[in-house]
Design a protein around this ligand. Sequence first.
Ligand SMILES: *Cc1c(COP(=O)(O)O)cnc(C)c1O
Length: 381
Amino acid sequence: MKFETRAIHVGQQTEASTGSVIPPIYMTSTYAQEAPGLDKGYDYTRAGNPNFTNLEEQLASLEGAKYATVFSSGLGALTGLISTLSSGDKVIAFQDLYGGTYRLFTQVFNRFGIQFESLHPQHPEKVEALLAQKPKWLLFETPTNPLLGIFDIEAYSKMAKRHGVLTIVDNTFATPYFQSPFEWGADVVWHSLTKYLSGHSDVVGGVMITNDDALKEQLNFARKAMGLNPSPFDNWLTSRGIKTLAVRMEQHQFNAQSIAEFLQNHSKVKRVYYPGLSSHPNYEVAKKQMRGFSGIVSVEFNLSLEATKKLISSFEFFTLAESLGGVESLVCHPASMTHASIPTEERQRMGVSDGLVRLSVGIEGIKDLIEDLKQALANVR
Ligand SMILES: *Cc1c(COP(=O)(O)O)cnc(C)c1O
């Protein structure tokens, strides 16, 4: 079955008792039992709900995997996964990571004895040496936030496997429409459903996807035991959003590629970060493992911090806001917003300069978006 068909039909059967084409929203905390302990597969919504099951079947199918477990948020999903580790276990990660991921390891789970080390894998022998210390996981995003770095999933998951280390891939930026990490050897695929998958900036949610029977049991247990469950209504909205994922992603990508090319040739632009440009340092890897380059474009302007702030406040269609992946275009200034908690020196070492701007390119008419960028750029110096 094709991706577009699976997105619409898997886990989304018509409801038998009424014929309702769209599965209902099961806003219930509890379920009637026929006899003590005899239920119909659900007993309490912290542990499970038909809307969780519908969305999980849909997501597992899109990633080509056996199991998905939905959570309250992307970080809720990571909390569930980390809870399967024990004190003393170690996790290796590649920078640049989503800020909340870094914070969860370094300000919460470090106090419970989970060791965490992040590095940029410029030197494969350093990665190899760290993996030889037998950490439990190698965790990375590709593309990364906000610099759109690309890591070779096949190469690093092979390296991890040689040392018995699990590879966890945050596939939020690419979505299963453009990238299938399991095909390249990943063991667990993680998403913030808040972004492209739900797609309309109206839901917060997360998921962990795996082929491992024992891990699926552990994730279900973590959700129930720690209260990491989502709302049935949010899951229903996410299932609805996913049905249009394919058409949305095509438009996000078309608009993003057009904007990246437009900005690349603009005199007020120093550098454009987009994996769909042949000037991207890992363009070849991106082409190998991705079917498209998604909708985030980061750009460094030849402008002072003052002028950059003025620029991003003068757009008509790019709303100044955090988050990404919705149908509407957003603009964010990492140095003063998403990455403000990182000390200036560290931020600059990572490549997040004061002039860096991240665009989440929406699916509006491309002509309107380019005109908007033109008018805003014409008004700063
Ligand atoms: C937003 C995001 C997360 C965290 O997800 P939440 O749903 O906000 O908890 C993790 N990784 C990436 C790449 C993200 O963009």
